[in-house]
Design a protein around this ligand. Structure first.
Ligand SMILES: CC(C)(COP(=O)(O)OP(=O)(O)OC[C@H]1O[C@@H](n2cnc3c(N)ncnc32)[C@H](O)[C@@H]1OP(=O)(O)O)[C@@H](O)C(=O)NCCC(=O)NCCS
Length: 192
């Protein structure tokens, strides 16, 4: 099923503690199959609820896509906010009706750039072997795929940050902020 009202230029922005309700709602909307692919196996509602509640507290850097004003896709970069390691892990989840519309790829671009800008040299994205779509997206970023029995570890080597990569992140954050303000309920009426 494909959601019918996806915006051609969805708001994509950093997520903050004030977005906690959206984050929890996003994870609760993931169906069984998406959860299995995201977490590498079947997980209970309680597990997903607790995971969503602790993401920000655990120091993950999060980006979200809002194609219809609601958080429909989320990219996670796991590490310590104050002290990024040279190795980090990224993960992605797109609600099933919103898949195959470019949201996952757009979030991956943002998360990979954010990792580079924090000095992460080796970024890992772990998925089930059957996850052809995720493998395809990782390969588009020139990842090296390491296979084990059940999983694939897609490893991306990142160069050191450059003025261009830093400027790109700042511009992306600013654009997301402006888009979010412009699409705030009542913003167009106030601006008219
Ligand atoms: C994997 C996931 C994040 C991708 O997000 P998405 O928004 O659906 O993906 P996009 O629309 O941005 O891109 C899909 C790409 O995969 C390709 N694709 C689609 N189905 C495919 C398949 N079966 N095999 C290979 N490639 C496939 C598309 O053609 C597109 O590539 P292109 O841009 O080069 O044409 C999303 O589907 C998801 O949340 N899946 C469940 C959770 C998960 O697997 N998370 C990853 C593990 S952490």
């Amino acid at each position: 099923m494909v959601a019918g009202i996806a915006s051609k230029s969805p708001v994509i922005r950093r997520l903050w503690p004030t977005d906690q309700d959206q984050i929890s709602n996003h994870f609760s909307r993931l169906n069984e199959q998406v959860r299995r692919l995201r977490f590498g196996g079947a997980v209970s509602d309680e597990f997903v609820e607790q995971y969503a509640g602790r993401l920000i507290e655990l120091g993950s850097l999060l980006y979200g896509a809002f194609p219809d004003g609601e958080l429909r896709a989320l990219g996670e970069l796991r590490g310590l906010l104050d002290d990024w390691p040279v190795t980090a892990e990224a993960a992605f989840s797109v609600q099933e009706p919103w898949q195959d519309q470019g949201l996952g790829a757009a979030l991956m671009d943002r998360v990979v750039a954010a990792a580079q800008n924090r000095g992460v040299k080796s970024l890992h994205m772990i998925c089930l072997r059957e996850n052809e779509k995720m493998r395809h997206l990782a390969l588009k970023h020139d990842a090296i795929l390491h296979f084990n029995r059940y999983e694939v570890d897609a490893e991306l080597e990142r160069p050191w940050p450059t003025p261009f990569s830093l400027a790109e992140e700042i511009a992306g954050d600013a654009k997301g902020f402006v888009q979010a303000i412009l699409r705030w309920p009542g913003a167009s009426a106030q601006g008219a």
